[in-house]
Design a protein. Structure first.
Length: 311
């Protein structure tokens, strides 16, 4: 029995899907299935089974889940303790939404690490909104930056911004917003994101939505006159200054939104996560979140990836 097997079991149980667990762990679905098979063989119990209503825990699985959750958390504590004893920088994984990953995560964590010196090794990973509280609660991530999250976590607003609809200056949409072609980044495919919520409020059908690999590609398609995109107003400011895009009023935008930092409750979260919370209240952090376009040195650049804790 390994921590990797227990982590796979916890995520499948919490997220209700082998597919979601594999995506969150950054591994293939067969790898998660093999981990579950090994754990089932070890305990002589199916632990979790697929039913018409989704994944269901067996009586043995129900008893194992809270213990497995504690063991995964203790594994994180053990890793942190050994690193501290050896004078190695504390690791901190922050899960973020796709838009924050594209524009903000790297320069923000770079500024944070400069402030803390070499005492923290911070990295960002992509996650869907529904996965974020599961990752934080089960110590598979130290913090989440994105919308407000519910559950046994502390979620605090750290940055206020506006979401607007943007299109090419000469774009003339026909009909109402539900008939417009909408061009979105991967957050548009995440039911818990602000983008998806706004599209639902406007009753936009799936057939009218095109998802692009990133926000920049969606904006580029909108600038070419192919449709309307959603954007955080401060992030799309360069395109507006160049008059590539203009704000297009809709019944639900502009809309104020807050980015939240979510961690375990303050008495249980890691030292690094506490330090990040304090940093996000500083003028330096506010400046990076407001205008992240200054970039980071090549040696510090880290493309956003899924948080991987496989072993």
């Amino acid at each position: 029995m390994t921590l990797g097997q227990l982590s796979a079991f916890v995520l499948v149980a919490r997220l209700g899907s082998v597919t979601d667990a594999a995506r969150t762990l950054g591994v293939s679905e067969p790898a998660v299935s093999q981990a579950l098979a090994a754990l089932r063989q070890h305990h002589g119990d199916k632990l979790i089974v697929r039913t018409a209503n989704g994944m269901t825990l067996t009586p043995g699985g129900s008893r194992l889940l809270p213990i497995a959750t504690q063991m995964v958390a203790l594994g994180a504590d053990a890793d942190a303790a050994v690193r501290e004893a050896n004078g190695v920088a504390e690791r901190m994984h922050v899960v973020v939404t796709s838009t924050i990953a594209e524009f903000v995560a790297d320069p923000l964590l770079e500024a944070f690490m400069r402030r803390t010196g070499q005492s923290v090794d911070a990295s960002a990973g992509l996650a869907q909104v529904a996965e974020m509280p599961v990752l934080v609660t089960n110590r598979l991530a130290d913090a989440a930056l994105g919308p407000r999250l519910e559950g046994d976590v502390a979620s605090e607003p750290v940055f206020r911004c506006n979401i607007v609809a943007v299109a090419a200056p000469g774009f003339r949409p026909r009909g109402g917003p539900a008939q417009w072609p909408w061009l979105v980044d991967p957050s548009g495919a995440d039911p818990g994101s602000g983008t998806a919520q706004l599209l639902r409020r406007m009753a936009v059908p799936e057939s009218a939505i095109r998802v692009f690999p990133n926000q920049t590609a969606a904006w580029s398609a909108a600038a070419n006159g192919n449709g309307v995109s959603l954007a955080f107003e401060h992030l799309v400011a360069p395109q507006r200054r160049r008059q590539e895009l203009v704000v297009l009023p809709t019944p639900v935008t502009p809309r104020t939104e807050y980015w939240h930092l979510t961690t375990l409750p303050h008495n249980r979260c890691s030292t690094a996560a506490n330090a990040l919370r304090h940093f996000l209240g500083t003028p330096a952090a506010m400046q990076v979140m407001r205008a992240p376009g200054a970039g980071v040195p090549p040696s510090r650049f880290r493309p956003p990836v899924y948080v991987t804790i496989w072993s």
